[in-house]
Design a protein around this ligand. Structure first.
Ligand SMILES: *Cc1c(COP(=O)(O)O)cnc(C)c1O
Length: 419
């Protein structure tokens, strides 16, 4: 089939098959050629309660017939007000200023602009952003600048701004990370504006995990030096790591928190950057020059806000936490099952996410294995999308026992097949 569509992260020159999905329900995708596929990566980490959840469908239907879109600069509407109000049940009390945007990348860009505005509006020269090696924060220019550099952004390197990078806190070597952070923070000549991290698990960087204690210590160091602490919870938010937000496990409150993917249950685009009172207050003034200059056409779209409100309602009404606990226990059992396999290394789990590397027979990594793995899973009607030779499962919380078993079986097959 020839199509005019240019797909994201897709090398069309490889001539790979692009399947067409016509319908979805729960954790199942239905294709136009009659296949049923288990969505084991939540349609790229966004779906939480499963596809076409009736409460979200109905919220979208009702809202779209009532108020579909309205300018948000100087205007407001009930779905946004309700969402901002109800989010306080899920967020720490101090994160009570809610700024809307449309994607994880823009939520991150907004966070960076808030951080720089915070210092600028107080007459302080702080520009440097601190980041963690292997991080991913999105694909817009600013988000790329603060993310890992490599083949994905080589062509645009000249547009990316400089950052201060701290090493990823490898298990047992966390002190190296803390020391590097402390050195940056104490730099009087170029004091940093903020540190941004993906809390507990680095997603696109390879599902690399670190401990809540490490997260807490990084925040403590930032506090000590008045460096703003930004948590990018775009992927980790809404239950992924076992708690609604990953920061909860460290008992910390960031100054700025970004959320997107699961905010609407992963149904339609909406993002929020939540800020603390000091960040908001630095922009609050009679001086128009201190306005927070950011908007997009669809800021706080009412239909998207209605979907997010339905998501919050589902968290309140349904046993979401129990579903998450169940996946966590099943992942643990499966991890134990494959742990001894000589072809498997680096098994790790963070809440509903289970990840490991597939080795080749000689024990070397072979990152070129990625496309073969993808094909192998596709043939078994499982949607998994390994990052190189890193295989991970990130299912919607509604996934059934049978579906999860099918995913585990396909993974066991791969481990044997690629041995
Ligand atoms: C996906 C992701 C983003 C970007 O979100 P988009 O909605 O794809 O722009 C940012 N940060 C993290 C941690 C992510 O996983």
């Amino acid at each position: 089939m020839t199509s005019k569509i240019w797909h994201p992260f897709t090398q069309h020159g490889l001539g790979q098959d692009i399947p067409e999905v016509v319908r979805a329900e729960g954790a199942t995708l239905y294709t136009n050629d009659g296949r049923e596929i288990v969505d084991a990566i939540s349609s790229w980490w966004v779906q939480t309660h499963g596809h076409c959840h009736p409460k979200i469908v109905s919220a979208i239907q009702q809202q779209s017939a009532q108020l579909d879109q309205i300018i948000f600069a100087g205007w407001t509407h009930e779905p946004a007000e309700e969402l901002a109000k109800n989010l306080s049940d899920f967020l720490p009390d101090t994160l009570n200023h809610i700024f809307f945007s449309d994607s994880g990348s823009t939520a991150v860009e907004v966070a960076l602009k808030m951080a720089l505005g915070f210092w600028h509006n107080q007459g302080q020269q702080r520009h440097r952003i601190l980041v963690m090696d292997h991080s991913y924060h999105g694909d817009t220019i600013g988000a790329m600048s603060i993310g890992a550099r490599g083949v994905f952004n080589d062509a645009y390197a000249s547009l990316l701004f400089d950052v201060g990078s701290i090493p990823f806190p490898e298990s047992g070597a966390e002190q190296i990370t803390f020391d590097a952070l402390a050195v940056f923070c104490a730099d009087q000549d170029d004091p940093p504006a903020a540190l941004i991290v993906e809390p507990l698990i680095l997603g696109a960087g390879g599902m690399k995990v670190y401990t809540p204690e490490t997260l807490r210590e990084m925040q403590r160091i930032c506090r000590e030096h008045d460096v703003l602490f930004i948590a990018d919870e775009v992927m980790t938010g809404w239950g992924r790591t076992g708690t609604v937000f990953a920061c909860e496990q460290a008992g910390i409150t960031p100054d700025i928190l970004c959320m997107a993917k699961g905010l609407t249950g992963g149904v339609i685009p909406l993002a929020i950057t939540a800020a603390s009172a000091p960040v908001y207050d630095a922009h609050f003034s009679k001086d128009r020059a201190k306005t927070f200059f950011h908007s997009s056409s669809f800021t706080a779209n009412p239909i998207a806000c209605a979907a997010a409100n339905a998501n919050l309602q589902i968290w309140r009404d349904e046993p979401v936490q129990q579903r998450i606990e169940h996946i966590i226990r099943r992942h643990q059992a499966f991890a134990g099952q494959i742990a001894e396999h000589q072809n498997v290394s680096g098994i790790r789990q963070c809440g509903t996410i289970l990840a490991f590397e597939i080795n080749d027979a000689s024990g070397n990594y072979m990152s070129a294995i990625g496309p073969d793995l993808l094909k192998f899973f596709a043939e078994r009607n499982i949607l998994l999308r390994p990052l190189g030779n890193t295989v991970y499962i990130m299912p919607p919380y509604c996934i059934s026992d049978a579906e999860l078993t099918a995913v585990y079986r396909a993974i066991e097959d791969t481990i044997v097949h690629f041995a």
